[in-house]
Design a protein around this ligand. Structure first.
Ligand code: PMP
Ligand code: GLU
Length: 382
């Protein structure tokens, strides 16, 4: 009775693990959750105030489907200034979360039989979106000892390749691609006329390494669809607010999908988005400063446990090689059931992640230290 197109698609592993952790919590267990990629900070006050003020003004009606013009203008200005991406509000769609934007892009670009390149490991929701279109995911290798950066990208390109997904800073590895890696991808895209979906949701969360938008590179303006959102940089996960900047020919089909499905992002949330982009950015730098300290506490602690983990350059994930103790799946099960520490098995992000555990360090230093102690006790018995 159910649609075949969803039969082979797994449930979101990040959300599944977080649900398991919540279930244990509701049974009274003190679970430390490293599973979900969600900042634990409150949304900055000036952003909440902007939403409240818009509610008080009665901004509770339908808005234009691509979003209110003031927010689209603010986004275009941000992309021009911060990312060197030349655009105007006419190429921006405001979406309920970046995830919706990603689905709209993939459904608008790919046909059945096409191929889309994902760098292994990649965030859990790209592959299911590709599968929904009837296209095929081609998993391209990354170089583990180079922070999981793509290598020999050309080897994965065929006449059927229509899309390459770039996610830097990367979920789950924390890798930030350097200019030469992005140039390699851009050169291929230009040469073979392939679209690039650049998911830049962790753009603001980098440590010492500069984030570069592939859409700013020469010749890439018409070939790049840039997705971003407010969830991570401004601790706004529950608000559901994201956006996409797309060239004209992709923008049109995306708008059809957008208007027929979600209609628009929530009205008063869009006003909060303007406050986030145009308000004081010190809230972002404060959060990033704290993430950096947590990253170091976690990576140093893992090192003491004999778990190899490269110090990530961005996002708030550590991708730890737990092969000393088992596969990522086995160790995640062990830690959840015996130490009440929830983390996501790396295999959920692609075969290259099989021996890894993704640890989201968007939780307090104190809880990270406690989790490391619990892990030590459980792992020394293995
Ligand atoms: N892209 C990546 C790489 C992510 O980790 C997330 C986290 N959910 C998203 C997109 C979607 O974010 P949101 O829908 O909350 O904007
Ligand atoms: N992106 C976050 C994660 O990877 C949130 C959950 C999700 O949307 O997958 O954990």
């Amino acid at each position: 009775m159910t649609a075949t197109r969803l039969q082979n698609i797994p449930e979101s592993a990040t959300i599944k693990m977080s649900n398991l952790a919540s279930e244990l919590k509701s049974q009274g267990y003190d679970v430390i959750s490293f599973s979900l990629g969600e900042p634990d900070f409150d949304t900055p006050e000036h952003i909440c105030d902007a939403a409240k003020a818009s509610l008080d003004r009665g901004e509770t009606h339908y808005t234009p489907s691509p979003g209110i013009p003031e927010l689209r203008e603010a986004i275009a200005e941000k992309l021009n200034q911060d990312n060197n991406i030349e655009t105007t509000k006419n190429n921006i769609i405001v979406t309920p979360g970046a995830k919706q934007a990603i689905f709209e892009v993939i459904l608008s670009v790919l046909n059945k039989g096409d191929e889309a390149v994902l760098f292994d490991p990649a965030w859990v929701s790209y592959d299911p979106a590709i599968m929904l279109t009837g296209a095929k995911t081609v998993w391209a290798a990354t170089k583990r000892d180079n922070g999981f950066s793509p290598v020999d990208v050309n080897d994965y390109i065929t006449p059927k390749t229509r899309l390459i997904v770039v996610n830097s800073p990367c979920n789950p590895t924390g890798s930030v691609y350097d200019k030469s890696t992005l140039k390699e991808i851009a050169d291929i895209a230009i040469d073979k006329n392939i679209m690039v979906l650049s998911d830049e949701i962790y753009e603001k969360i980098t440590y010492d390494r500069e984030h570069i938008s592939i859409g700013s590179m020469d010749g890439m303006q018409e070939l790049t669809i840039t997705v971003n959102g407010f969830s991570k940089a401004y601790a706004m996960t529950g608000w559901r607010l994201g956006y996409v900047n797309a060239p004209d020919d992709i923008y049109k089909p995306m708008m059809k999908l957008h208007s027929h499905s979600v209609s628009q992002a929530t009205s008063f949330v869009q006003y909060a988005g303007i406050a986030a982009l145009q308000g004081d950015q010190s809230c972002v730098t404060d959060m990033v400063r704290e993430f950096r300290v947590r990253r170091d506490v976690l990576v140093d602690g893992l090192d003491k446990l004999g778990i190899k983990c490269a110090r990530p350059d961005g996002a708030f994930y550590a991708f730890a090689d737990v092969s000393k103790y088992g596969t990522g799946e086995e160790v995640a099960g062990l830690l959840l059931n015996r130490a009440y520490v929830a983390a996501t098995p790396g295999g959920a992000f692609g075969d290259a992640g099989r021996d890894f555990l993704r640890i989201s360090y968007a939780t307090s230093q104190e809880r990270i230290r406690e989790a490391l102690e619990r892990m030590e006790k459980v792992l020394e018995l293995v």
